[in-house]
Design a protein around this ligand. Structure first.
Ligand code: GLA
Length: 388
């Protein structure tokens, strides 16, 4: 596939020079949803599907982009002299945003480049296609321009910085971090309050991770993501009138319950409750998984979905239909929405011998109720962003 992409690159941008190849995965979060920006823990892993980039430096100030996923747009040209978000730039605002972030952080990009991208993550599916583009761009800029002091964690942070400040989505660090730092067959147990992390081997014995895409498209920018974040910040401020805490992730369930009436709105109480309980669930989930208790891990995944549905209210009819149909299936260890919500994907752990019937039955129920089909992917856990 990569060689084919190099041929495509040559077709678009011409032959010659030092053509280089890069990859960054998509990610799936197993548990710990909407906890990252609340100073809590997450437990994501990198996938083997993701974004490929083929690139070559130029001698002028032009950045020229071609995406095989948006080939009808042809080559989109931008310039290093105007590193600003342009509506008409469409998807190229992601790589341009990363070039801007490098510059802001003290790593100015000295010359332009040609870049061809191809992603095999379904766009807008909630598997972080945009963070994948950000990280692959970061890996490329570091390599092309010799920024050896930039670490993979820096690349994750620059990606988040560009998403927050260039593309206007107030996302946390989970996506970029897991995509930059992923490790084959491992999930990352990340404390988002200080970015300390460990890798946990993902031993699923006779089970597989199945992702179901609702095919309800979602862009973080036009979703209620920023609104949820603001609600949590407000709830934190209300709690801080009495408690000495830095984030909702600092609280146990008991501490929260004893102080919840400091939060003046019922809605904000539920938002904060989710953030606190989900963080505690994530700590428990990693503990039981490490002890080999997959059944208990599955139950915590299910409880996570209920909390996201009822308290955080980010699921919606499509994701609820997929998850509730999954719960009715034999051989399903756990199932929940993954990512920001409001559409996108669910993640389920399904016993090997039940995978086919799972896909069949959940697919049928979804089609009947929603009116269009879901897509299913049995996924593997892969490494983070890299030079190929
Ligand atoms: C999106 C954001 C992440 C995280 C999740 C919800 O994927 O980019 O930072 O907040 O939603 O857990």
């Amino acid at each position: 596939m990569v060689n084919e992409l190099v041929q495509d690159f040559i077709k678009q941008f011409g032959d010659g020079g030092d053509i280089r190849k890069y990859f960054a995965p998509g990610r799936v979060n197993l548990i710990g949803e909407h906890t990252d920006y609340n100073g809590g823990h997450v437990f994501p892993c990198a996938l083997t599907i993701g974004t490929y980039a083929i690139a070559r430096k130029r001698n002028d100030r032009k950045m020229r982009f071609f995406s095989k996923n948006f080939s009808h747009l042809g080559i989109v040209e931008r310039t290093l002299d105007h590193l600003i978000n342009e509506k008409k730039g469409g998807w190229t605002n992601y790589p341009v945003g990363v070039a801007w972030a490098f510059t802001e952080k003290g790593y100015p990009i000295e010359s332009g480049f040609d870049m061809l991208l191809f992603g095999n993550i379904p766009n807008g599916s909630g598997l972080s296609s945009s963070a994948s583009v950000e990280v692959v761009t970061g890996v490329m800029l570091r390599d092309l321009f010799g920024f050896d002091q930039v670490t993979m964690q820096d690349i994750a942070l620059f990606g988040q910085y560009s998403e927050n400040n260039f593309n206007g989505v107030n996302c946390g660090i989970m996506d970029q971090f897991s995509i930059a730092m992923g490790k084959k067959d491992h999930a990352i147990f990340l404390d988002c309050s200080d970015l300390s992390y460990t890798y946990a081997p993902l031993v699923l014995k006779d089970a597989k991770i199945v992702i179901a895409s609702s095919n309800k498209k979602r862009g973080l920018g036009d979703s209620k993501y920023n609104e949820r974040r603001a609600e949590c910040e407000e709830a934190l401020r209300e709690l801080q009138t009495k408690l000495d805490i830095k984030s909702l992730g600092d609280l146990t369930e008991e501490e929260f319950e004893a102080n919840r009436t400091l939060i003046k709105s019922e809605v904000r109480q539920r938002r904060a409750k989710h953030a606190v309980y989900e963080n505690q669930r994530t700590l428990k989930a990693v503990e039981v998984l490490t002890a080999g208790n997959l059944e208990e891990f599955g139950k915590l995944m299910n409880a996570s979905h209920v909390s996201l549905r009822d308290d955080y209210e980010v699921t919606g009819k499509e994701l609820d239909t997929l998850v509730e149909a999954a719960w009715e299936q034999e051989g399903v260890i756990g199932s929940r929405m993954t990512g920001a919500g409001f559409g996108g994907c669910t993640v389920s752990i399904v016993r090997n011998d039940a995978v086919d019937s799972f896909i069949n039955n959940v697919g049928k129920k979804y089609l009947e109720k929603i009116g269009y089909a879901a897509d299913f992917y049995v996924v593997e856990i892969g490494d983070g962003g890299r030079v190929l």
